[in-house]
Structures are given as C-alpha cells and as structure tokens.
Design a protein around this ligand. Sequence first.
Ligand code: ZN
Ligand code: ZN
Length: 267
Amino acid sequence: MTNEHYTNVERALLQYAMSLGVVSEEKLILFHAKSKELIKQKDDQDEQEAIAQERSLDHAIDLINQKLYPLDYKIAKVLNQEKGDSYYVYCNTSEDKPSTAATQFTTAEIDVIKKLIDFIITEGGINESYVIGSSNAIKKVSSSITSYTASQSQQFLDKLVNSGWFNLSQNGKYSLSLKTLTELKSTLIEKYSKREEGGLIDICLGCKDIVTVGVRCPNQTCHIRLHEACENNYSRARRDQGRVCPCGNDWSENDLLPVGESVLRGL
Ligand SMILES: [Zn+2]
Ligand SMILES: [Zn+2]
C-alpha cells in the first residue's frame, strides 16, 4: 500500500464525494470511470496515473481513506436500509458528534438535534418504529428554542432534512438518515447500547450496521434483527436448512415482524 500514489483520479473522487455527502455506488462507479478516462486522454500522463487507471473504486476509496484518517474523516460504504443498494457516505469519525456540525448550526440547534435523535431512539425504540411525528418534532424544537415561532421551527426541521441529518417520510415522520446512522454509529451504540445487551440499538445480523428499517424475529425474547436485503441474503445462504432464526424460530411458519415506520401502520 505504501508505495501506491494518490493521483488526480482519487483527488476528483474525494471532491465529488465531499460535495455530495452521500452518493450511490452506481453513481460513484460512473464518476470514477469518467475521471480515469479524462486522465487517460492527457498527453503527459505519468506512471502513477497509469497505475490509477487499473484501480477498482473500492481500492481507490481505500487510498483516499488513508489520507483522510488523520483528519478524522472517511468515506464509508453502507447499505441503504430501504432498498438494499450500496451508498458511499463522506463522514466525520471524531468523537462528540453531532457537535462537530457546529459550523452549520448554533449550540442551541445542536442540542435540539440531540433531543430529536434521543426521542427517535428512546421513544421510537420501544415499538421499534424509530421515528418522530412532525407535530411532535415541531414541539421539541419550539420548546427548546423558545425564540422560534412555529414556522421557524418548521424551517429548521426542513434544514435538517435538506442537510441530510434526517429523512422525512410521505406520512410526515422524521427518521435517522443514512448519513446520521453512519456518522453516529459508535456514538449511538455507546450511548444507548445494543438490544442484545439490554439497550435500544438494533444491529443487523448480516451487515452489523444499525437497523432502523428492516425486520425482526417474531420471537419476543429474540434479539435478531436484519435489513430486508440482508435477510434475503441470510435466508438464501441457508436455503437447505430452511428460514430458521439462530434462536430456532422458523420464519417460514412465523412471519417476520417489521422494524421502522411500518410498525405504526400495523403491517
Ligand atoms: Zn444489514
Ligand atoms: Zn429469533
């Protein structure tokens, strides 16, 4: 690894990932190919740039992450919980988040972000819906920042969605975004503990990332949770043994239960 050089291809990839924050694997593969093609067309392409032509996207990301490591940033590859496709998230890896977003928000606003996250995990974690309704969210904002009017509170929530902290569903429920889950993964696990240890954070049996949208074993005392795509992989890999949970519950006889907003619709 040490004698591999960072080139304009990796530089362009990093710029692109930074500017988007969250980018699909499909889009980043295309961008990487295009960047390599541009360098190839240069007359004065050097030896290192020729080597960069042969790199896969993940290999290039590894090189970028080595550069980012001392700066407490990285580009993480994560699964989109709903659709099961992969995304790259440019994220801060330092401790004490979301305080690191201080440049974008005031201290009072960061406190509200923490309160919203806290509600989503503690209240939303009880039934495993992991959401907060919009009227409740507005109340949380205006009771914390008393100088905000209702419409200012709404604007602030809009800003949180636009800047990628929260997702807003069609039914007006706020949930933790891919970016937030990726950046705060270790912070959330540390603060709220994993469900298997008596806490509120669901960890996927397949990919080991946090599950806030997915499925759960119908056995009430079992802690097994999975993203839907990870459950498909798990069950496909164990086709011969049947769709059986590590706890012994047979999922072909007892339907898996939802995790996420659909809990509220009784699906
Ligand atoms: Zn998973
Ligand atoms: Zn189970």
